[in-house]
Design a protein around this ligand. Structure first.
Ligand code: 8IG
Length: 271
């Protein structure tokens, strides 16, 4: 087995063992602005600091969590694995560190994955505080999380079934195309215009590589962004980190409810 799969298996065994469960069912990755949003999913029955689990690292950005939680989903008997830590490509640990969370989720038994993120928007209609369902992505990082001749089909990468489920829960939920840039710098105004011209509604630094890795593991996935800022040049005012955090907090109640209802809906459809 490849080293990176070995590490993911070992992480999954640590997590399942600590929680005393045979498997987890649904995984969630919490991005910036989503840290509190997992609060309504159900009862947290086990929790580990990320750095105590093989292959995970403590987060580099304040406001990004650092725990791996097991949450019992209502009385369905199913368990969600909530990954409050994500390794970004810009951290320089390589693509396997980026993919480790989703590979671990798959190894822990998860067949469904919900990726969340905080991102910029290329359109004023997607204002800060808007949740946007990801319909497709542009991977502008110039890398793949996969190795060798792993020719993975990315048609319907962001599951139409799961998007329809989310739209039933919140018919006002917008959909958009997410472009992943490598970061850690934000885009220039010209790059935001380029992304928009290429078809991107959202710009971020995380989700596309994770989605590709998840699909290669066979998981069905959904991506939901929280727009925390307009992309550079879309608004008159320059970006700042305080604006990012404030928009996330204001949207808190809506996205918490949305995430809980989506996870409950997924668990119900699995029966
Ligand atoms: I929060 O404007 C957040 N993450 N690339 N651009 C990119 N990533 C982001 C942005 C943004 N805002």
């Amino acid at each position: 087995m490849n080293d990176y799969m070995e590490t993911a298996r070992s992480a999954a065994a640590t997590i399942n063992g600590n929680a005393g469960v045979q498997r987890h069912d649904i995984a969630l990755v919490l991005g910036s602005g989503w840290g509190e949003a997992a609060g309504l999913l159900g009862e947290t029955v086990a929790s580990l600091p990320a750095e105590q689990v093989p292959g995970f690292h403590s987060p580099v950005v304040a406001g990004h969590g650092g725990r791996l939680d097991t949450v019992a989903i209502g009385d369905t008997g199913r368990h969600a694995l909530v990954l409050g830590a994500r390794t970004h490509y810009y951290e320089g640990r390589g693509v396997d560190a980026v993919a480790h969370g989703v590979r671990t989720a798959a190894a822990a038994g998860c067949t469904t994955l919900v990726l969340t993120n905080g991102c910029g928007s290329t359109r004023e209609e997607f204002a800060p505080g808007s949740p946007v369902l990801i319909s497709d992505h542009l991977n502008l990082t110039a890398v793949s999380p996969l190795h060798g001749a792993d020719f993975t089909d990315l048609t319907d990468l962001y599951s139409a079934r799961l998007r329809a489920l989310a739209q039933r829960i919140d018919p006002s939920l917008a959909e958009g195309v997410y472009a992943q840039f490598p970061g850690p710098h934000y885009e220039t105004p010209a790059e935001v215009r380029m992304a928009r011209t290429l078809g991107a509604d959202l710009v971020g630094m995380s989700t596309a590589l994770e989605a590709i890795a998840a699909r290669a593991c066979g998981m069905e996935l959904m991506g939901i962004s929280l727009v925390t800022n307009l992309g550079a040049g879309v608004s008159a005012t320059p970006l700042d980190h305080a604006e990012v955090l404030a928009a996330g907090q204001a949207a808190g109640p809506r996205i918490s409810r949305l995430l809980a209802d989506i996870v409950a809906g997924i668990a119900a459809e699995e029966d």
